[in-house]
Ligand binder design. Structure first.
Ligand SMILES: N[C@@H](CCC(=O)N[C@@H](CS)C(=O)NCC(=O)O)C(=O)O
Length: 202
């Protein structure tokens, strides 16, 4: 979702190849595209770039005019840090509240470790919005890599009906309102595949 939302929301054309997951979460055919055996992978001039953060970094570099990182150097460093924190962390949340746009599991998956991570995410969002001083509605004002990286968290908070403080909720609503996110969510709701490995609460 992250790489797709970044490209789509930034208006960068790409060809999408959709692969099906097995019940155990593996992806037959992925070896043709991705050395890691995982998605997402972006093939540029026949060469793969894999891992969502690497793809986002690459896209931002290839399209400097899109300003997908904040222009201000200090804000850029903060954006990098919160993206890395998202990418490498929040493991309790990710495992207890797996991403599942099509389903609704209010209250499922909550435990003290997940609660702490949700509070940390809400804190990051509130801090970014406070520093943006009312500019735009995204973490650093205008849409960028950080918003793409946190978009799947916003969909998780809907699936598991996680209550957020008002500023964090306003940001989640803004992300969910992005055209690219709405397009992704609408497409996810139309899916019919059931991947056992991703459905602990079904
Ligand atoms: N850190 C990687 C994680 C990629 C990842 O976990 N991909 C999962 C789907 S979301 C996958 O390809 N699973 C198939 C497998 O591991 O066999 C990223 O952000 O791109």
């Amino acid at each position: 979702m992250r790489a797709w939302v970044l490209l789509r929301e930034a208006g960068i054309p790409f060809e999408e190849i959709s692969l099906r997951f097995n019940d155990d979460g593996h992806i037959p055919g992925i070896e043709r595209y991705s050395p890691s055996g995982q998605v997402p992978v972006l093939v540029i001039d026949g060469e793969p770039v894999w891992d969502s953060l690497a793809i986002c970094e690459t896209v931002a570099e290839l399209f400097p005019d899109k300003h997908l990182w904040p222009r201000d150097a200090r804000a850029h460093r903060r954006a990098r840090s919160i993206c890395a924190e998202m990418h490498a962390g929040f493991r309790s949340l990710r495992s207890a509240m797996g991403m599942n746009i099509r389903s609704s599991h209010p209250g499922k998956g909550m435990n003290p470790a997940v609660r702490r991570e949700i509070d940390r995410i809400a804190g990051i969002w509130q801090d970014c919005r406070a520093r943006s001083k009312g500019e735009g509605s995204m973490l650093f004002g205008a849409f960028g890599v950080a918003d793409a990286m946190y978009a799947p968290v916003a969909t998780r908070f809907v699936t598991y009906a996680v209550a957020l403080p008002p500023v964090a909720q306003a940001y989640a609503d803004a992300v969910l309102g992005l055209a690219a996110v709405r397009e992704w969510v609408d497409a996810a709701r139309c899916e019919t595949e059931f991947v056992r490995a991703d459905e602990p609460y079904a």
